[in-house]
Ligand binder design. Structure first.
Ligand code: IMP
Ligand code: MG
Length: 173
C-alpha cells in the first residue's frame, strides 16, 4: 500500500511560485525570455510560473528519457522530443520539476549551451540535495528538501500522482 504524507501545501506552492516569477521578471529587466519546460514533470510548474512572469516570454518543451528505475535516474539523457525554437542569442531558462542527482539537468545544460544562447539558467521547483552528484548551479529553486521521494504538482511515481495540487512525500515507493 502506498502511503504518503503532505509536505508542501497548495497555498505554499502558489505563494512561492509567485515569488519566483517576480524574482525572475526583475532579474531579466525587459529582456525577452525563452522558458524551456522539461516534460512531463515540469508541466504544472511551468504553467503556473509562466503566468507570474511579466517579461515577453516564448515557451517550448523538451522531453528526455533518462534510463533508470522509477526512483533514480541514470543520467544518460536522450531526447524523445527536442525543442523547436532556435535559442541562439536568446536568454534561456530551463524549468525542471526536481533536481536530484543533478545528472539530467547538467546534461541538458551542456546540450543547450552548445546552441549558443546569450544566457542559460536553471529554475527547479524542488532542489533535492542528499543524492547530488554534480556541482551544477541552480539559479532559482522553489523549495529545498534533503531527501525522500516526492509526488504531486507534476511529480510522479510511475506516471501516477502528477495531478495533485500539493506535494507529498511517498513513504514506501
Ligand atoms: P536527476 O538526474 O537525478 O537529477 O533526476 C531528475 C529526474 O528524476 C527528475 O526530472 C524526476 O523526473 C526524477 N525524480 C528525482 N527525484 C524525484 C522525486 O522525488 N519524485 C519524482 N521524480 C523524481
Ligand atoms: Mg522528470
Amino acid at each position: 500500500m502506498e502511503d504518503k504524507k503532505l509536505i508542501i501545501s497548495e497555498t505554499e506552492i502558489q505563494k512561492r511560485v509567485k515569488e519566483l516569477g517576480t524574482a525572475i521578471s526583475n532579474d531579466y529587466g525587459d529582456r525577452p525570455l525563452v522558458m524551456i519546460g522539461i516534460l512531463n514533470g515540469a508541466f504544472i510548474f511551468m504553467a503556473d510560473l509562466a503566468r507570474q512572469i511579466t517579461l515577453p516570454v516564448e515557451i517550448d518543451f523538451v522531453r528526455v528519457s533518462s534510463y533508470g528505475d522509477h526512483t533514480y535516474s541514470s543520467g544518460t539523457v536522450s531526447f524523445t522530443k527536442d525543442i523547436e525554437l532556435d535559442i541562439a542569442g536568446k536568454d534561456v531558462l530551463l524549468v525542471e520539476d526536481i533536481v536530484d542527482t543533478g545528472r539530467t539537468i547538467s546534461r541538458l545544460k551542456e546540450i543547450f549551451a552548445d546552441r549558443k544562447p546569450n544566457s542559460l539558467r536553471i529554475c527547479t521547483l524542488i532542489d533535492k540535495t542528499e543524492r547530488r552528484e554534480t556541482d551544477v548551479d541552480i539559479d532559482y529553486h522553489g523549495f529545498r528538501v534533503d531527501h525522500g521521494f516526492l509526488v504531486g504538482y507534476g511529480l510522479d511515481y510511475a506516471e501516477q500522482h502528477r495531478h495533485y495540487p500539493e506535494i507529498h512525500h511517498l513513504l514506501n515507493p
